[in-house]
Design a protein around this ligand. Structure first.
Ligand code: SF4
Length: 353
């Protein structure tokens, strides 16, 4: 028998983050990892991170053509990943947008930092895209390739933010403040959370709790399914015991479902427009009408609104009066879910398939 004590199998931070949202999805994630299954979205994320690692390691001042060459080399060399041709332009766009804002990280920063902690008899590992340490302050930057932009509140409460902060506190005892910053690379928008060392015990209790729950699930092989928006990241929706209809906001998890839902929505919106026009005409002549617990009627109001043009003039006036408009106009970064008409070019491109 070997005298060497076997190292416990590590649990990835990502696995725990999945478990935090839906225990069954963590099991699916682990199975997919073991079988080396990688979705297109995951492949795009990995390729982007590879690109960022190359750039952060050495390069500034590259032309678009040089950026394309790096991406082409990545697409060729990562033969373990499958990214369909139709997604190549999206990857290029993502990389270029990020590169346009790229600034070398400078001293005190390291890329692709692997951290490890031992907690409740379990080894936890995490990989940070960029870690900057300046005396007692640390910043973890995590690149996100999603299209949606979550609220700052959502990010502050996320498992990943807490786990990263805990890992930094354990590995860098002199650090008292950790800022975890998610950078949504499509937009250059950032969402961050600052965690102080006095929250350390709280973080530890939360992590121990989740590790223990993982232990119980593994022991009993009982994995609860909890649906939500995270279902779109699930590695095995087909294996989920909850039907798509009952998953609510997590109902759409593949391209066919998404295309069908988008077509349904277009038809519903067109019908809605017709119904509203007809109802308005009826109410105009005949008075209010009730539908279930809702009454439709005309409602008269008076008020005022700030048009776009006066808004610009107002900004100028404030400037003339030595008042900084930034006191009143706060920049916002958000994403809206909006439909738009496809261009003729896009429609033609769609027919090529
Ligand atoms: S589809 Fe949703 S509810 Fe079902 S296992 Fe996956 S993440 Fe959980």
């Amino acid at each position: 028998m070997s005298k060497m004590k076997a190292k416990t199998k590590a649990m990835r931070q990502t696995y725990l983050a999945h478990f935090d949202e839906c225990p069954l999805s963590a099991k699916f994630y682990e199975d997919a990892q073991a079988a080396e299954v990688t979705s297109h979205a995951m492949a795009r994320g990995i390729l982007f991170h590879d690109f960022a690692e190359i750039i952060q390691g050495e390069r500034a001042g590259l032309s678009d053509a040089e950026i394309d060459t790096i991406i082409d080399e990545l697409l060729t060399s990562r033969s373990d990943l499958v990214l369909p041709m139709r997604d190549h332009d999206d990857l290029r766009d993502l990389c270029r947008r990020w590169y346009a804002r790229f600034e070398p990280a400078g001293a005190g920063s390291k890329t692709e930092v692997k951290l490890e902690v031992q907690l409740a008899g379990q080894r936890i590992t995490g990989r940070l895209d960029l870690l900057t340490i300046e005396d007692a302050w640390a910043r973890v930057r995590d690149y996100k390739t999603n299209r949606g932009l979550p609220t700052a509140e959502w990010v502050r409460g996320s498992f990943q933010v807490r786990c990263y902060a805990y890992m930094v506190f354990v590995n860098y005892p002199a650090v008292t403040t950790v800022e975890v910053e998610n950078e949504y690379v499509r937009y250059g928008a950032k969402r961050s959370a600052t965690i102080e060392r006095d929250q350390f015990e709280n973080l530890e209790v939360t992590l121990i709790d989740i590790i223990e729950k993982v232990g119980e699930a593994r022991k009993s092989d009982d994995w609860i399914a909890v649906p939500g928006t995270h279902c779109n990241r699930c590695a095995n929706t087909a294996g989920c015991p909850i039907s798509a209809e009952l998953r609510g906001e997590g109902a759409i998890t593949d391209e066919l479902d998404a295309t069908t839902a988008a077509s349904d929505l277009v038809a519903i919106e067109a019908r809605r427009k017709d119904i509203i026009a007809g109802l308005k005409s009826w109410v105009d002549e005949n008075g209010p009408v009730d539908g279930g617990q809702t009454r439709y009627d005309y409602s008269y109001s008076e008020g005022e609104r700030l048009d776009k043009k006066p808004k610009i003039a107002l900004k100028e006036r404030l400037g003339e009066a030595d008042i900084d408009p930034a006191e009143y106009w706060k920049p916002t970064q958000t994403t809206r879910f909006i439909p738009r008409k496809l261009t003729e070019e896009e429609l033609e491109g769609g027919d090529d398939a």
